[in-house]
Design a protein around this ligand. Structure first.
Ligand SMILES: [Zn+2]
Length: 250
């Protein structure tokens, strides 16, 4: 009986010690979290100020060469230079990607499949400037047939299709997955990418909360290769490519 009681009091003491250790760990962790979040807040507000100061981020693809090919910025304000050379390699019979980054794309897709998510495929990757011109002109023509003026037709086209040399697909570092539609962000594939893509050097290029900066509507299917370190840093700082290039150029 005495032995049993002693055992019980030993167990009670053990439980109390466990609770104390748990509480200490909890307090430590909490203070760490509040430190990092306040640091992030400071960084975010600094970045906001920078954006307000230079409301129109214009980093020329050429002048951005110093930052490396992985960070080449292509958008409405930064056309791909005419002499821009891209080494290409085939993903499959129809699709190509920058040969310096294709191994990371292939590995990312293979690892996703290994994790049991097999519902993933590359719909669109590299597009030549000629292809982009054809796609753009076809859409303009469609609107013209509906009776729109050339100016209006081009404006409407630009809402969904980038002009030639203004599309990341001309750069060979962007990939569109699956059906290229908004329901992609409800898939396991998308969740996997959000969690893991940075490990392979990819980022979600046109995020919902960055539309005013990228000037492109949210595209859950469009992922851009920027290199592992850059991808991790961009996610950590919460920066889109325009902001990140500006941040590094300072
Ligand atoms: Zn795309």
């Amino acid at each position: 009986m005495v032995k049993k009681q002693r055992n019980r009091s030993n167990i009670n003491a053990f439980i109390i010690i466990l609770i104390i250790i748990g509480m200490i760990a909890f307090i430590k962790n909490n203070s760490k979290q509040s430190q990092t979040s306040s640091k992030k807040d400071i960084e975010a507000s600094t970045i906001d100020n920078n954006i307000i100061q230079s409301s129109n981020i214009k980093v020329n693809a050429k002048s951005n060469k110093d930052l490396g090919w992985e960070l080449t910025l292509v958008n409405k304000d930064n056309e791909l230079p005419e002499d821009y050379q891209i080494p290409l390699k085939s993903i499959d019979e129809y699709r190509k990607f920058d040969s310096r980054a294709i191994q990371y794309l292939n590995k990312m897709i293979a690892d996703m499949r290994n994790d049991g998510i097999t519902n993933i495929w590359v719909q669109s990757a590299y597009r030549s400037v000629e292809d982009q011109t054809r796609i753009f002109n076809n859409k303009v023509e469609e609107y013209r047939k509906q009776g729109k003026s050339l100016k209006k037709a081009e404006e409407l086209t630009e809402l969904t299709i980038n002009r030639p040399r203004q599309s990341e697909h001309n750069l060979g570092l962007a990939v569109d997955f699956n059906y290229v539609d908004y329901s992609f962000d409800e898939t396991l594939s998308y969740n996997w990418l959000v969690k893991n893509a940075e490990k392979y050097g990819f980022v979600l290029r046109y995020a919902k909360d960055k539309e005013s900066i990228t000037k492109v509507k949210y595209e859950p299917w469009h992922w851009r290769y920027v290199g592992k370190e850059n991808a991790k840093k961009m996610n950590e700082l919460g920066l889109c490519l325009e902001e990140y290039v500006e941040y590094l150029s300072k």
